[in-house]
Design a protein around this ligand. Structure first.
Ligand code: SF4
Ligand code: SF4
Length: 339
């Protein structure tokens, strides 16, 4: 695929053109808290050396709550009404590689047995242009799970910030190529300019653990006192799962319903909440935080890998940065690695 140079000014012009075409453009908010659909290019916040936002962008693909269908009883029976179709095209601009990489991870789970047409439509309608990352802190561990600050998984194109403030644009997929062909007036050909991407002056996060070794330990130690130590301090608040770009637990419930009508909704849930596995009988197979936190780790670093041959984590460190009691998932992996 081709490489180009795009100036910061031309990114703004491109974004305003994309907005005029009726697309949504989503970028990290200037506050660094979340991702926003912007109304104008002046709201763009593309910064390669910023900390990952507190919230990931997964809710643009897998919303906190969404209707699956509505139902209404009439004299002739029950009428089902489809939820609104997902038509809007969206450009994601400036996502970190650890955010973009979460999309193919989620896609596997949403297409494993049942194909989730809502999720798939949103992915189909999206172009993801990520930004090579120039940030790392004690909580980042992308390099321990096979990713990096320039990993291309989930990206249709990747920007690399240049010293002069322009960006090197590397096209990754056919979809990315098709998209940028529509805006070629804003791109300069790198071959003509003889430009190359500038290598980052910031170090990659250190490799903290060997995932193969961690997996071996998890395979053999479902029952271990180590889990009790974690469960004793975990508050069971679910923050870690809600901010995580790859966590995907949900419930399906009827809302706003009475005898005659209602809506069937898909809502985020969390394996860290005590009600998540509670049966109607009152029995709860995960009846304590030790079992619930063990489930989180086992799902991410063992069960998902057993099924899909990769981990359910991109090493972004969000869950740790936000945890009220300092439970550090990368640190847990390091400790397991040392057993
Ligand atoms: S690990 Fe931290 S964020 Fe997650 S449920 Fe426990 S206390 Fe909450
Ligand atoms: S488990 Fe934590 S580090 Fe891994 S992707 Fe989720 S939020 Fe990021």
């Amino acid at each position: 695929m081709k490489d180009y140079i795009i100036t910061a000014e031309n990114i703004q012009l491109l974004v305003n053109d994309v907005l005029k075409q009726g697309w949504d453009v989503v970028s990290e908010s200037k506050t660094g808290v979340n991702f926003n659909a912007i109304k104008d290019a002046s709201e763009l916040a593309i910064k390669s050396d910023s900390k990952p936002s507190k919230l990931s962008m997964k809710d643009f693909f897998f919303p906190k709550t969404e209707p699956l269908f509505f139902y209404r009883q009439s004299h002739d029976g029950v009428e089902l009404v489809d939820a609104s179709p997902i038509e809007k095209k969206t450009l994601f601009l400036g996502a970190k590689p650890c955010d973009a990489a979460a999309i193919p991870v989620l896609s596997k789970v949403f297409n494993w047995d049942y194909k989730d047409e809502f999720y798939n439509k949103r992915v189909e309608n999206s172009v993801v242009v990520s930004l090579k990352c120039n940030y790392s802190d004690d909580y980042c561990f992308c390099t321990s799970i096979g990713l990096s600050q320039k990993a291309e998984q989930g990206s249709d194109a990747m920007l690399t910030e240049q010293q002069d403030g322009s960006y090197f644009l590397h096209i990754v997929t056919e979809k990315g190529d098709e998209f940028f062909k529509m805006y070629s007036q804003y791109l300069k050909d790198t071959q003509a300019e003889n430009n190359k991407p500038v290598e980052s002056k910031y170090p990659e996060p250190a490799v903290k653990f060997d995932q193969g070794k961690v997996k071996g330990w998890l395979d053999a130690n479902f029952e271990h006192d180590f889990w009790n130590n974690l469960g004793d301090v975990c508050l069971g608040c679910g923050q870690c799962t809600f901010v995580c770009p790859t966590c995907h637990c949900f419930d399906i419930v009827d809302e706003n319903c009475n005898y005659h009508e209602g809506g069937r909704m898909k809502n985020w849930d969390s394996c860290q909440l005590c009600l998540f596995t509670k049966h109607a009988s009152g029995h709860n197979p995960r009846d304590g935080q030790t079992k619930r936190y063990r489930q989180r780790i086992q799902h991410k670093f063992k069960y998902y890998e057993d099924k899909f041959n990769e981990v359910l984590c991109t090493g972004c460190g969000r869950c740790t940065r936000g945890c009220g009691v300092g439970i550090d998932i990368g640190g847990i992996m390091e400790r397991i690695d040392k057993f």
